[in-house]
Design a protein around this ligand. Structure first.
Ligand SMILES: [Zn+2]
Ligand SMILES: [Zn+2]
Ligand SMILES: [Zn+2]
Ligand SMILES: [Zn+2]
Ligand SMILES: [Zn+2]
Ligand SMILES: [Zn+2]
Length: 184
């Protein structure tokens, strides 16, 4: 499925004053949030300061970062090559929570989801850079890796702790050196 992007000639997105968004039943209004608004994005669950889309219903607390309102609905990720991932407005599980397959933490907002594998990613984990260049902790570029080869015990070169199996990690396989996502 191709994605249709609306963009002007200079490649910048036009900011529309009112949008309807697939993730929410009420119209959303373009707004600029400040620190004392204490806004929390309903998509990524992080604080919002700056451009946002806020629900037009005063009793509704739904809001999105400008960037989170504009995420692709489908995504192919190098770390989950067999299936495309679909952006869901909320976790498809009964308890309203998912566990991110990249960082291992829970989420309650948007998820990039594969139904066949029950695979979920936070939106920020789905957009982690493929290569992390951290010459301060390791002399080579570190590659985002989902599946460590069997029998590899990696130690994080930033915090010296072991890297748990099953979670994504930045690593240099040549040197058997890892970097936790949280340390990157
Ligand atoms: Zn967000
Ligand atoms: Zn609303
Ligand atoms: Zn995550
Ligand atoms: Zn899958
Ligand atoms: Zn670490
Ligand atoms: Zn290395």
């Amino acid at each position: 499925m191709a994605m249709v992007m609306k963009s002007s000639d200079d490649g910048r997105e036009e900011t529309q004053p009112i949008i309807s968004h697939f993730s929410h039943r009420h119209p959303l209004e373009s707004s600029e949030l400040h620190e004392d608004d204490n806004g929390v994005c309903s998509g990524c669950e992080h604080d919002v300061v700056g451009p946002a889309y806020v629900c037009t219903k005063a009793t509704c607390h739904f809001l999105l970062h400008g960037l989170c309102s504009d995420l692709p609905r489908r995504l192919r990720h190098r770390c989950h090559p067999s299936h495309p991932l679909a952006l869901l407005p909320s976790p498809p599980y009964g308890d309203g929570e998912f566990t991110c397959d990249a960082c291992g933490r829970s989420g309650h907002g948007f998820t990039y989801h594969c139904g066949a594998c029950k695979f979920d990613l936070h939106v920020e984990c789905a957009s982690l850079p493929e290569i992390e260049d951290r010459r301060d902790v390791h002399q080579h570029a570190l590659i985002l890796t989902a599946d460590l080869p069997d029998g590899q015990d990696l130690v994080c070169c930033a915090c010296d702790d072991f890297v748990a199996k099953g979670l994504w990690v930045y690593c240099c396989l040549a040197c058997k050196c890892g970097l936790h996502l949280s340390c990157a």
